[in-house]
Design a protein around this ligand. Sequence first.
Ligand code: HEC
Length: 206
Amino acid sequence: MKVILKTILGFMLVVAIITGYAISAGTYNIAATDKHWLITEKLIEWMRNNSIAARANALEAPILEETEYLTIGATHYDAMCTICHLAPGQALTELAQGLYPQPPVFYQRKLPANTDAIETQTKAYFWIIKNGIKMTGMPAWGLTHDDETIWAMALFVQKLGNMSADQYQKLINKHSDSDDHEHKHEHAHSHQKNGYDSHHQNKNID
Ligand code: HEC
């Protein structure tokens, strides 16, 4: 018994020394261009999904009017998300291309098959948009946005899958025409003026 225990401890010590040496020698390549092994990728995905489910499933999703969340969601999405997640008809941006892991392109996705799955996804999306995801480039928007705006975005991104570039443009324009401006992020709009909107010219290309 003692011999087995000593062997295991000895083995663990050797692994710890080799790992420590490998890390201090810079063996691990931290570059975004160096992809994970398939097993590492699967482990991260497993951990990510369980971590999100453990925190998101207990949330209560509010009931929002479709016209309301589409407009609020579209305005915020257009100002803050398209550079990574793209808008219907928009070509891949340089920023999105360089990210690892890759940001999902919502307009190329379809809704889950049933209402339960849609509800679970809405809660997960709300949690992700609010809290962000470590070491991926996905920011935590809850530091600067209230829950209602985040629920609107969580619902809106799921509508992108059935949306044409024209429908998307109409939603954006509808909001900028209206007087009851709810988007309080002047800085976000000014970002657009400073070059973020270069994609607007591409938006109608399918
Ligand atoms: C700087 C780039 C960047 C910006 C800006 C960004 N995201 Fe993300 N987002 C990512 C990346 C990268 C991922 C993938 C993370 C992963 O694989 O775990 C992601 C993941 C997500 C997911 C999870 C998708 C899924 O299938 O699990 C949602 C939802 C999301 N983002 C919504 C948004 C919204 C809404 C905005 C704007 C308010 C936004 N993101 C802005 C980079 C970004």
